[in-house]
Write a protein that binds this ligand. Sequence first.
Ligand code: MSP
Length: 680
Amino acid sequence: MSEERRKTYYITTPIYYPSGNMHIGHTYTTVAADTMTRFKKLTGYDAYMLTGTDEHGQKIERKAEENGVTPQQYVDKIVENTKELWKLMNVEYSDFIRTTDERHVKAVQKIFKQFYDQGDIYKSEYEGQYCTPCESFWTPTQLKEGKYCPDCGRPTETVREESYFFRMSKYQDWLIEYIQTHPDFIQPVSRANEMINNFLKPGLQDLCVSRTTTKWGIPVSFDPKHTVYVWIDALSNYITALGYTSDDTSLYERYWPANVHLVGKEIIRFHTIYWPIMLHALGLPLPKQIFGHGWLLFGNDKMSKSKGNIQYAQPIVQRYGADSLRYYLMREMPFGSDGNYTNEAFLTRMNADLCNDLGNLVSRTTAMIEKYFGGAVPAPDAYEDVDKALIDLAEALPNAVEKQMDALQFSQALTEIWKLVGECNKYIDVTQPWVLGKDESKKARLGTVMYVLAECVRFVAVLIGPFMPSTPERIYAQLGVTDGALKTWESLSAFGGLKAGTMVKKGEALYPRIDVAKESALLADEAEKWAAAFAAQSGNIKTPAETKAPEAPAKAEKNADKAKELPEGCIGIDDFAKCKMVVAKVCACERVKKSEKLLKFDLDIGTEHRTVLSGIAKFYAPEDLLGKSLILLKNLAPRKIMGNESQGMLLSAFVENPDGTETLRVLTVDEAMPAGAEVG
Ligand code: MSP
């Protein structure tokens, strides 16, 4: 194998249904794939990322009809919006495959024919429950009360339809053996057992792979009244995009087998059962890994149009930039687990991680180099232990990050990077440059401290690039780094690349502080406008930019109008609704050093942990409240108290004692109440 071949990396996203515009859930997978691709490119790989759209089927046919356009017109518009969204998210895919592309259609026809010729596909009859007005077959689990069409509610009939079937059962034992002998093939590992025990061992049914009732599909070349049904069409995209079966198979030869298919957990089954069997039947190698990630929930619920709880990426990115959202998506939940999106959680994280931790580090470092050294990065003098500890951490960081990335643990990789950010901020507190700056004899020491900080900031800038592609350049501009060689992975192999004399220039705050309560109301308002515009689009297929923003006044303004009518001293229900209160379980509690009043809590609020400082140390010992369920006002803007960020406020009341003194009691609730339950 040549050196060049050894270093390729091929990653894919699912191809999304363009039945509607892509939301933040689709954005999640695509950003993950882009982050990984960028990381592999940074570390020297020839990385290739594929995404695209899965455009055939009855649902699209129907959507188009509702809109009075052809299916092709319908999907063209959604695909245009999708590509715009990926551009907005700074996603640099290598190719975008559409299942309506001629290259795909031709290849699928050849693949289908090969299966038929070699006896993997046979013609038979499909028997199922059919709704004539909707022209749809429904599976027993989809039917309402075992009989009625889930779309129109009318009774269905048992109908037989001529169909082609794939002999899945033939490959079942081979696949069980393959999965068992390739423990990395399905990730997370728990999914592999699920596939074997729930689907493979009970026995695979042959799969229906053609329809005569769906016109919007790829015609079976040798029997054109049939169209190819769903999975053979969709899954093949991963190889048809590389030119498999075409005149030019160079991409296929270069990149197949894929290193990883990223998929949401609901489609793991198709990727780990049907796809390997199809590939095996074609005599092709299998992808090295299928990674089934968790769902991004919206307010603890799966996003769905019918529930009306869809969050789009656009309003968030327009207000805060793509890097902030990319950071949140990759940081908030371990890849593989479900997680939640809420405006408050997003904004709180921006404040804590991007504004406080990273932003402050960059601005403190550049401001101090300007103040004490006229902007020129000083040369370091002898390193002391405290410097060496930080340097060791920085030097070990690239490996630690790579290890996490190779396991697709984006969130952990960011945690590793933020460890260095956090340690740098602590280092400033410990070395106290402002004290050194007052003493001319400590100038050399001050120079060392400043150099260590500036070089650590450079390390951080290089490492965050795959996650937040626009932020490194903003940091380099402030650090005065112009030499491309100092922006590479290789430049992190040893500490000390940054040249003394480099001129820093403190710029604007990288991530200005956000007023969480105010911004989350505004963001909710913007999100509503986008959702309305996208909903309107199913009527006229226009982008929000083309669609006139809803005429009605924005919600915030409406609320302001209502507030004017309230009796003096009263608040309206909308004002109260702004206070987000939840049940919080005390996981840990300790006294804050050097403070008589403060207790520091680690609180579990269901979706995350919060650190909260409360001035109740006179009334409670830390152990008094351990394990108790309290009420937290969670959207109070975070505040820094004695070097700790307090992320919310615990509700409490003063109680009068018989002797006339007062005691403060924290409000507790029944311990059976789950952490995160909303109060109000
Ligand atoms: N067309 C099929 C996939 C065929 S792949 C050969 C399909 N399309 S889809 O539009 O429904 O997209 C599903 C994928 O979008 C999920 O597997 C996941 O990657 C992403 N997500 C959609 N909603 C999501 C969340 N709420 N959370 C996380 N990912 C989500 O299935």
